[in-house]
Design a protein around this ligand. Structure first.
Ligand code: SAM
Length: 202
C-alpha cells in the first residue's frame, strides 16, 4: 500500500472510487449518472467524460454520483452539483476530500450540515487503472445534495409511505425532500437525508 500525494493535485485526476463504497451508496440511492468519469472508471452506464465536459452538460432529472477531479477545479464541481440539484436533478451524492477550510466547503457543503454529511472513518484506498489501490493522504466525506420539493401536500399512500397528493411524489414529512424514483423495488424505510424511519402507522 502506498500513500500518494498526487491524489491532492490536478496531476492525478483519474483515481476511481472504491467499488464497495460505491455499491453501498448505490444500493440506497440508485444512481443514474456519473458526471465525471472515464470509460474505465465510470460508475453508471450513463456518464460524462472530460471530452464531453460534465461541467457544461445538464444533469436534469438524474440521480447523480460524483467523485470529481480533486485538482483546482474541484470548487466548480461542487457548485455545479449544488446548482443542478436546485434546478431539477433529484440528488447528487458527492465523494469529497473533507477539506472543511476551503471556500467550496464553507459555501456549499455547509448548506447540508449536519444531515447531508457523512465523515468516513480512516483513509479511503482509491483505485488506479491497473487495479493498484492507493491510500489517500486526506480524510473523505460523503456529501449529499437532495432536491427539496417545497409545496408538497403530504398524505400517506395506501402502503404507508408519505406522498404528495398533487404530484404523486414521495416526500419525507420531516425534511420535505422529494423522493421521486423510490418506488417498486426501491422503496425506502427511512429518508436518505434526515434518516427519519417511516412506519406504516406514521
Ligand atoms: C476522481 S475520478 C472519478 C472516476 C469515477 N467517476 C469514479 O467515481 O470512480 C474523476 C474523473 O473525472 C474525469 N474528468 C475530468 N474532468 C472532467 C470533465 N470536465 N468532465 C467529465 N469528466 C471529467 C477524469 O477523467 C476522471 O475519470
Amino acid at each position: 500500500m502506498t500513500i500518494n500525494k498526487g491524489l491532492f493535485s490536478s496531476a492525478s485526476p483519474e483515481w476511481a472510487t472504491p467499488q464497495d463504497l460505491f455499491d453501498r451508496l448505490n444500493k440506497e440511492y440508485v444512481f443514474t449518472l456519473d458526471p465525471c468519469a472515464s470509460a474505465w472508471n465510470a460508475k453508471c452506464p450513463k456518464y460524462f467524460t472530460k471530452e464531453q465536459n460534465g461541467l457544461l452538460l445538464s444533469w436534469y432529472g438524474e440521480r447523480v454520483f460524483m467523485n470529481p477531479p480533486y485538482g483546482r477545479e474541484i470548487g466548480k464541481w461542487i457548485a455545479k452539483a449544488y446548482k443542478e440539484v436546485q434546478d431539477g436533478a433529484h440528488l447528487a451524492v458527492c465523494l469529497l476530500p473533507a477539506r472543511t477550510d476551503t471556500r467550496w466547503w464553507q459555501e456549499y457543503v455547509m448548506k447540508v450540515w449536519p444531515n447531508g454529511i457523512e465523515f468516513l472513518a480512516g483513509r479511503l484506498k482509491f483505485v488506479g487503472q491497473n487495479g493498484t489501490k492507493t491510500s489517500a493522504p486526506f480524510p473523505s466525506a460523503i456529501v449529499t445534495f437532495l432536491h427539496v420539493y417545497k409545496d408538497a401536500v403530504i398524505e400517506y399512500s395506501a402502503i404507508g409511505f408519505p406522498i404528495d397528493t398533487k404530484t404523486g411524489l414521495y416526500i419525507c414529512p420531516t425534511c420535505k425532500v422529494e423522493l421521486r424514483g423510490f418506488s417498486g423495488p426501491y422503496l425506502l424505510s427511512r429518508c436518505p437525508r434526515c434518516k427519519r424511519e417511516w412506519s406504516f402507522t406514521d
